[in-house]
Design a protein around this ligand. Sequence first.
Ligand code: PGA
Length: 255
Amino acid sequence: MKHFTIVGNWKMHGAPKEAHKLVKRLQEKIKPHTHVTHVVCPPYVSLAEVAGILEPDKLKLGAQNLNEYDEGAYTGEVAGPMLRECGANYVIIGHSERRRYEHEDGKRLADKMAAALRNELKPILCVGEKLTEHKEGHAERVVVDQLQDALRHVSDDDIREVLIAYEPVWAIGTGEFAKPDDVTKMVTTIRRTVEESFGEGASSHLEVLYGGSANPDNAKAYLEIPTINGLLVGGASLNPAEFTAIIETAGKLAK
Ligand code: PGA
């Protein structure tokens, strides 16, 4: 039986009142499924609000980022223990928007992975190539480098807690999405890279998600890829009808 994880990344949308409404509407529609985990990642300021109304058999809670330290003089930052106290169990790390706008590099992401794991947050590590890298045929090399950088402090035990999201940067928020055949090839590369560092068991246990303009129309094509375990959904996760349609597709395929 295949297990899927469907993650909604709300980005900078969903202040507490709006987040409350969205989660209520999602929970009215979502049916719990033993083999599908549904996660929403609202902005930091809405985590506690969402945690207060969460029905854990229907939705789990994730954050979109964390600081690599657990406390200290880091104005404006949010630490792993704070996320745990707000009810988060997952955290997105290395999203391309943070790599691009906040200049997060491999060393920092490796430290963030360690911070997530020591705080018992499941990291959803995002990797993916930019358009020029894609066009020039460097996608695989870029993704392998990103993986090796970010996973360098992860132990053989902790790799079991890690999810990897393959998100080609050119497909994020653009309405353009990667061809399922290309995604299949990249997932093979991702699993091989993990196998080289952590062994065959870790690679076969690993959950790999696809992200980049995922929507109810293309979700099935990705979820049918035998080596894919779910989706990281941006825009469509803010629309309860679209997000639940994606979840229902996963539910049917998980049977
Ligand atoms: P998108 O975003 O689905 O809007 O393309 C995906 C993401 O950024 O995680």
